[in-house]
Ligand binder design. Structure first.
Ligand SMILES: Nc1ncnc2c1ncn2[C@@H]1O[C@H](COP(=O)(O)OP(=O)(O)OP(=O)(O)O)[C@@H](O)[C@H]1O
Length: 259
């Protein structure tokens, strides 16, 4: 499969997912209190909610980093039992290895799995073109800008052909201009590949711009408060944020958040 060709998108199914973090000699903290949600293959779903409502916990459960206490967690029809490269995870801080070049970072996953072939190298070169980093192939992370580091992290995840991308406030630490550039980049990438995306954000505008649907979690402990259909036409671009339809979509989300 070529790197620019989309892998088969994967659906996500959550049923009554509960998670309590235990604390020494004190009652445990309930992070998730029965979250149920379906994400269709190829869908872009944003998870939104107040601080501490369990957004990151839910993403970590989907990634297989944290086990749920109870409930059903399935990705691609299979129960999640630990991390797997078919689920690509991107965090607020791109977790590139500082001692490796962009090229070596991108090839890290296939190399670690003993799957580094000439085809994979060709894919990596294609991917670096796709994310606009062909000229930065031999640069180390500290030589890249914030946006470039994020794009390198994308390439590193995409080389594994994930069926779903799990993104935890990936642009939260970026300045406004770089952030807008990354949102544009992500919209174009999704438009081309249609990989399923679960995207955590606390930014109403970002959720309305990116998501097909927005799942609003309730105040801690988190449960599903509402799932909103954004219904704005695709392809979308950053310029759409000036339209009346976009302002109405934002208002709809805000009303649910404040309810
Ligand atoms: N490893 C942990 N140990 C103990 N408590 C935890 C742990 N991880 C999360 N929590 C608690 O679970 C709750 C949900 O945290 P989580 O980080 O998932 O929320 P969030 O919605 O992502 O918050 P924010 O928007 O502020 O990032 C919080 O009360 C938090 O303190």
């Amino acid at each position: 499969m070529s790197a620019v060709e989309a892998p088969p998108a994967t659906g996500v199914r959550l049923r009554e997912v509960r998670k309590t973090f235990s604390r020494r000699r004190r009652p445990g903290r309930v992070a998730l209190d029965g979250v149920s949600l379906d994400v269709a293959p190829g869908e872009f779903l944003c998870l939104l909610g107040p601080s501490g409502c369990g957004k990151s916990t839910l993403l970590n459960i989907l990634a297989g980093f944290t086990p749920a206490d109870s409930g059903e967690v399935q990705v691609g029809g299979r129960p999640v039992e630990g991390p797997g490269h078919e689920r690509g995870v991107l965090f607020q801080t791109p977790n590139l290895f500082p001692w490796l070049t962009t090229w070596q970072n991108v090839l890290y996953g296939p190399k670690a799995r003993g799957a580094l072939t000439a085809d994979v190298r060709d894919e990596a070169a294609e991917l670096l073109e796709t994310v606009g980093l062909a000229d930065a192939r031999d640069a180390y992370p500290h030589e890249l800008s914030g946006g470039m580091r994020h794009r390198a992290a994308f390439a590193r995840v995409l080389i594994n052909h994930p069926g779903v991308l799990l993104m935890d406030e990936p642009f939260g630490a970026l300045d406004a201009i770089t952030r807008a550039g990354m949102q544009r980049f992500l919209l174009e990438l999704w438009q081309r590949r249609r990989t399923t995306i679960v995207f955590v954000t606390h930014d109403v505008e970002e959720a309305a711009l990116l998501g097909d649907r927005v799942c609003v979690l309730s105040a801690p402990p988190g449960g599903t408060k509402a799932v909103l259909d954004i219904g704005l036409p695709r392809p979308r671009s950053y310029e759409d944020t000036d339209t009346l339809a976009f302002v109405n979509a934002k208002r709809g989300i805000r009303e649910v958040l404040e309810r």
